[in-house]
Write a protein that binds this ligand. Structure first.
Ligand code: CA
Length: 434
């Protein structure tokens, strides 16, 4: 069992991961698929025996209602009767779904935990000895080192896949209601896999949030994106590293991976640089070079990368490493919509490929508490800058508001919420309100 922990302040507000939706995600309306199912639900009671009472009234009420929607989605009564019989909520899943981290992990600490000597060594070994890895690269155009980065992040190269019964986990999440439409859609997809005969329920195990196998695909992603690369007739993302890596490559290819291009370059900016350009325009490297932004290692851009539109980020502020993001960074974000996650995958991939460590070290950062982050957001709002809410999630809107405030006050407008910025914001807001 594993739970993805990402720096909350780097997660984009309202983002949706295909693998593990962020805990803060609340779906205001049913997904299109489930809405269609609900609309198609017949008025007559479904002809399915009620599941064995779990002793949990909320769970049992949900289970009996859900069966009608599952039938309308094409799940056969005998599958539902068999798989829902005796089903009970999993208290471990219920506990994890409601837990929120008190402190956000600074991005530098997060990356240091991702790009380790151990992982680089394993990645290099597996990049050489995984069967058919060259075929996967050719077919999907994704370098094997990037696939090693994804594989390491998702399941520790297949070693940590999660061992919870997916039917029970998703039923627990659906019954809790906070993410009902999402969880029901994934549960129906789980039943579709069982009904197809490709895999039995015993094989469909994963994380508490329904992410399965070496790729940590949720069931709908499995149905749409998993591939049988080794040719045994099954898309075995649990037992076949070849199938798993081809499936991950297929996800990235479908997300727009550009063959022959990199994902990002570490860059440096000159003194006096206007950091309000971070998370801003997407321009070719020559446009950035005219502003003094150049590769940190001093090496030229490849021809393919030089033609790409790139965006500048300063994930740890102006004093940390800077990056120009290529379009492939955003393809990785389709796997998990977090800047930190995509940086982790890419930086690990670069090292597996034999690249050097970052030129600029990550600065020592103070973890900010939830109260710190909410205080800063409230201060920005009080001072007339719009942080997009005060939920403690430092997303794009909050970073934009912070940059605007920093610029207006003559500070380096890097949009990075440091402990010092929290202190200054609070002081100014308190002074303004006094
Ligand atoms: Ca296979």
């Amino acid at each position: 069992m594993r739970r993805r922990v990402l720096p909350a302040f780097l997660a984009l507000a309202g983002c949706a991961s295909p693998v593990v939706p962020p805990p803060t995600l609340v779906l205001p309306v049913a997904t299109a698929a489930v809405a269609a199912v609900e609309a198609a639900t017949p008025a007559a009671a479904p002809s399915v025996a009620p599941p064995t009472a779990s002793g949990d009234m909320i769970f049992d009420a949900w289970a009996s209602e859900f069966q009608g929607r599952a039938l309308a989605a094409g799940i056969k009564p005998e599958i539902l009767s068999r798989e829902m019989a005796g089903l009970t909520p999993d208290p471990r899943v219920a506990g994890l779904d409601s837990r929120q981290p008190e402190f956000s992990k600074p991005v530098g600490d997060y990356i240091k935990g991702v790009v380790t000597a151990d992982r680089i060594a394993i990645g290099q070994r597996r990049a050489a000895d995984t069967p058919m890895i060259g075929d996967i690269e050719n077919r999907f155009g994704v370098p094997r080192q990037v696939l090693m980065g994804v594989w390491a992040m998702e399941s520790g190269f297949g070693s940590i896949q999660g061992d919870l019964d997916n039917v029970r986990s998703l039923a627990t999440l659906a019954a809790q209601g906070r993410r009902r439409a999402w969880a029901e859609g994934e549960l129906i997809a789980t039943f579709q896999i069982i009904q197809s005969g490709e895999f039995s329920r015993a094989r469909l195990r994963g994380s508490w949030a329904g992410a399965m196998g070496q790729t940590q695909f949720i069931p709908t992603t499995f149905l749409s994106t998993a591939v049988d690369e080794d040719g045994d007739g099954k898309r075995d993302i649990w037992g076949s590293s070849t199938d798993a890596l081809a499936s991950a490559a297929n996800l990235l290819a479908k997300a727009g991976w550009v063959r022959g291009q990199g994902w990002a370059r570490e860059v440096t900016a000159p003194p006096g640089f206007d950091f309000s350009l971070t998370e801003g325009p997407k321009e070719v490297p020559a446009w950035w070079a005219a502003k003094g932004v150049r590769p940190a290692d001093g090496k030229p851009w490849s021809a393919n990368d030089a033609a790409a539109e790139t965006q500048l980020i300063a994930p740890a502020g102006a004093n940390g490493p800077l990056f120009l993001l290529l379009p492939n960074h955003f393809a990785i974000r389709k796997y998990n919509n977090s800047i930190a996650y995509a940086l982790g995958v890419g930086l690990l991939a670069d090292r597996v490929a034999g690249g050097s460590a970052l030129v600029k070290p990550w600065p020592q950062e103070t973890p900010l508490s939830l109260v710190d982050r909410m205080t800063a957001q409230r201060a920005l709002a009080a001072l007339g800058f719009s942080p997009g809410g005060s939920d403690g999630v430092v997303g794009m809107a909050t970073r934009k508001a912070l940059r605007d405030w920093q610029k207006a006050r003559g500070l380096t407008a890097d949009g990075y919420l440091s402990a010092d910025m929290v202190r200054r914001l609070k002081a100014e807001a308190d002074g303004a309100g006094a």
